[in-house]
Every structure is written in C-alpha cells, then in structure tokens.
Design a protein around this ligand. Sequence first.
Ligand SMILES: C[S@@+](CC[C@H](N)C(=O)[O-])C[C@H]1O[C@@H](n2cnc3c(N)ncnc32)[C@H](O)[C@@H]1O
Length: 275
Amino acid sequence: MAKSIEFTWNPEEISIYMRAKEKAVEYQDSVRVANKVKKELGRDPKILEAGSGNGCVVLMFDKMGFKNICGIEYNKEIISVLNKEFPDINFVNGDILNMPDALLHNDFIMSFGLMEHFIDGPDIPLKAMYNALNDGGYAVISVPCLNFARRVKRYFDRGAKRAIKKVKKSGIKFKYYPWFLNGAFYEYHMTPRQFRRECENAGFKIIKHAAAQQNLGIMHVLNPHNKPGKLIWYYELEEYNYSKMGRLVYWIANKLPFLFNHFQYCILYKEPKKL
Ligand SMILES: C[S@@+](CC[C@H](N)C(=O)[O-])C[C@H]1O[C@@H](n2cnc3c(N)ncnc32)[C@H](O)[C@@H]1O
C-alpha cells in the first residue's frame, strides 16, 4: 500500500467543486491539452485522472464528450457512490502505485494535488504517471508551492518548526518542506525549481510551468484563520472577498506569480523513444 493520504468526500458537494474547477487555470489548461491530443490523434484519447476524489473532473470531461476516461481513487466509499450514480462512467478504486493493466497506456493524464501526499516523496508517483502514459502522451500535474512568501514565513513560524523537529526525532526523513495536519504529515510544499526537477527526473519534458490558486495562497500567508474583513477571506470553495488592500495584494500576486500562489502545475510531455 502506498504511504499517501486518503481523503473523504461528500458527494453532495460535487456541483460546488465543479464550479470551482471551471475557474481553475490548471483545469482550463487540461481541457486545452485534451482537445489538442484529441485533434492530433483523430480519435477519443484515453484519459486518466489520478486521485479523482469526488469525481468532478471526470464528470466534466465526460460531459464535454471525452468518453474514454477513467478516475482512479483511493477512497472506496466515494467510488462506490459514483459507481452507483454514474454506472456508465469508469471510476476505479485503487492505488496509483499499483494500477491494473487496463488503466495503463493513456494518451493524457491529469493529477491535481496528489503527488505531494506521498511521505517518501513525489518521485515514485511521478514515475508511475510517466509509466502509465503512451509515448507522445501528455500530463497535467499540480502540487502545492513553497512560494516566496511561504519561504519567508517559515523562518518565523515557531509552531511549524516545533512540529517538524518532533516528527524528525522519531526518525522520519522529509524530502521537502513538510506541512502537517493535526500533528501528522499531510503534504510537501516544493519550490518551483524542486517541482520542475522532480518532473524532469521522472522522464518528462516540461511544456509549461505555471502558478495557480493565488487567492488561497494569499489567504494562507496573510489571513490563515480566515477572519472576515481582513485582506482576503474565503466564503466558499474558490470564492473570496477582499478589502481594498487585499485587491492590491491580489494584483501584485498576479504580476509575480510565484510570490503567493498556493498551487503550481506543469504540462508535461512523454517524448517518444528514439530508435
Ligand atoms: C487533493 S485530492 C484531489 C481530488 C480531485 N482530483 C480534485 O482535483 O478535486 C487527492 C485525492 O487523491 C486520493 N489519493 C491519495 N493517495 C492515493 C493513491 N495512492 N492512489 C489513488 N488515489 C489516492 C485522495 O484520497 C484524494 O481523493
């Protein structure tokens, strides 16, 4: 079994997640890539979403006409709900490090926010994504970012330093900067350079590397307790309010994309082997 983090999902929230996805740049780029692959191949591409969660992305792609798509997800309960609700759509319960043969040989793979949850590091799951792609195939992969503001903040974050020290004492080694939830490892935050290097080490060619989720990143650093009336505050998934100063910070964040971004993503290509 993979040492990663399993999420629980409420199927009633699928439509909220769909609305949020529509606004997400990594999702919008994924749609562009899928359409490009479809055009190049002249057929419906075989698509996989690794860590499909509540299934919103797979459902949205299916609605757009991508019928050869599958979501693989660790959480059994949500998969059994999705299988009952959408019997014609392929949702599989499983581990991306141990995928059935039927889920290999993809033309396009998406994975949003999964590679960072492996305590041993993102290299093994990234390699698994590379191996699950056909030559000439594409992937869009997103992970949280150790952005510039977070790099500054971590020097002053005594709570985080104490938590890391405590866990390190038990012999656990962290490959990147760890983030904890309720005292336990939750995810890694990688700098843009670390993420690019991991993607290249897995064998991918990087087509594009970009920042995403500026709102959430600003909130994490400047208003972590989500207090209304501060610079920026959250009221629903990907829906935020800003003060005047918050608007200015958001404007700056968009000029300097790796200053506050919560996520970063890469469009990746698996080059055909030279004969
Ligand atoms: C951040 S969520 C992403 C959900 C969805 N892709 C989205 O963008 O809304 C990551 C998902 O990966 C699942 N997961 C974690 N480890 C996994 C593994 N080894 N194999 C398959 N899924 C896994 C988690 O249960 C969780 O649902």
